[in-house]
Design a protein around this ligand. Structure first.
Ligand SMILES: Nc1ncnc2c1ncn2[C@@H]1O[C@H](COP(=O)(O)OP(=O)(O)OP(=O)(O)O)[C@@H](O)[C@H]1O
Ligand SMILES: [Mg+2]
Length: 362
């Protein structure tokens, strides 16, 4: 998939902007606060229908204006489409695909985003890593979304039972079977996707200059036997663990095992990257993971997402920067990358644009 035209009006600090992107690499240059992240945010908003910065829609409207409009013309499966999002303060967003009104969750386009905040994928709490896997799985499987919704409901019912003044043991035991059955679906899907992600991430990590070996491991919150793991094994082991933890869970009034307690561990040369990796190594791991996400989506859906990269090259040495730029130039997907430094991009196979106070300078 690629965007052939972008039109933005009264969005953040952008009054009016029209851009015909390159099918491959697009580089947005500008000093601080000129609108580079805003530009990426506009693309993300039209593809995902929400911003990646947690703000209300009205904050996205240019100061002193009444609403914004973003339109992209894009090519998907050799068909040209036009997607428009219009917003007026106080009203709901209006989304149209080829001039026909659609709902916010219809016809979403896939975009993989890197922001400096994503470094917390590695350094932050486990919930970040679980959400990363969940949002990837939701993009490629409808079953996963259903199982996850069911699991969240079951978990909250289970926790409510544990929190009640008098414990309904029969109810808890009955719930545990369906709880373990649903949990096992989630764990199996995550184990499976992580195997794919690891394969592509290890590859990408080396391509972008990682000399060390990267390894990813899905850390289940209860012990599983070594060797090949089946759905049945996960379900039974989880159930056994829940039973053996019964009195502790009753004391703590909380569900102590299950996919909501799982994590992903990253290892560099078999050492935990969260503790031992350098800044540059951490950044490279996250970039490799994003490239792996892109490849996983492509292999499972047949479509490459857009790749939106905000300040991805900061902190990296010049050799690593060049290697990443090389990968992006040669790729089959479309990239929008922001940077404050134009000197990094000489003889680029792609387009370079400059943003100055929300205005585009070609
Ligand atoms: N709703 C809005 N209306 C007008 N201007 C806004 C709005 N929201 C943010 N801005 C302005 O947009 C500018 C920031 O834009 P943006 O975050 O895209 O900068 P940037 O080019 O990515 O800079 P940096 O290199 O520092 O990340 C700020 O000057 C901010 O005041
Ligand atoms: Mg920015």
């Amino acid at each position: 998939m690629y965007i052939s035209k972008i039109y933005i009006r009264d969005f953040r600090n952008i009054s009016q902007l029209e851009y015909f992107p390159d099918k491959g690499l697009n580089i947005l240059i500008g000093t601080n606060a000129q609108g580079k992240t805003n530009f990426l945010e506009a693309i993300y908003l039209v593809t995902n229908r929400t911003s990646f910065r947690s703000v209300q829609d009205r904050h996205l409207v240019k100061f002193n204006e009444e609403g914004f409009q973003i339109q992209i013309d894009y090519n998907l499966d050799d068909k040209n489409n036009s997607l428009k999002i219009e917003y007026l303060i106080g009203k709901r967003k209006k989304i149209t695909l080829n001039n026909k009104r659609i709902l916010p969750d219809q016809d979403r386009l896939k975009a993989t985003l890197f922001t400096p905040d994503d470094l917390y994928l590695l350094k932050g709490p486990p919930v970040r890593r679980r959400s990363f896997l969940d949002s990837l799985l939701i993009q490629i499987s409808n079953d996963y979304k259903r199982n996850l919704d069911d699991y969240e409901q079951l978990l909250s019912r289970r926790n409510n039972l544990l929190k009640a003044d008098s414990l309904d043991m029969a109810m808890l035991e009955a719930l545990d079977h369906i709880f373990a059955a649903t949990a096992a679906h989630i764990i199996m899907a995550r184990l499976n996707i992580l195997r794919h992600l690891e394969k592509y991430a290890v590859n990408s990590y080396q391509t972008i200059g990682g000399d060390d070996t990267l390894r990813l491991k899905y850390a289940v919150s209860f012990p599983l036997p070594a060797g090949k793991i089946s759905y049945e094994t996960v379900k039974e082991e989880l159930l056994l663990n829940t039973i053996s933890l019964r009195s502790r869970e009753c004391r703590m009034k909380n569900t102590l095992v299950g996919p909501h307690r799982d994590d992903i561990n990253f290892y560099i040369n078999e050492k935990n990257a969260k503790i031992f990796a350098s800044q540059g190594q951490q950044r490279n791991i996250v970039i490799a993971l994003k490239l792996a996400e892109l490849e996983t989506i492509h292999r499972t859906t047949g479509v490459y997402p857009l790749f939106l990269l905000d300040e991805v090259l900061a902190e990296l040495d010049s050799q690593k920067r060049d290697l990443i730029i090389g990968v992006l130039q040669e790729s089959s997907f479309q990239t929008f990358l922001t940077s404050v430094e134009i000197s990094l991009f000489r003889d680029i196979n792609g387009k370079i644009i400059r943003l100055d106070n929300g205005k585009l300078i070609l």
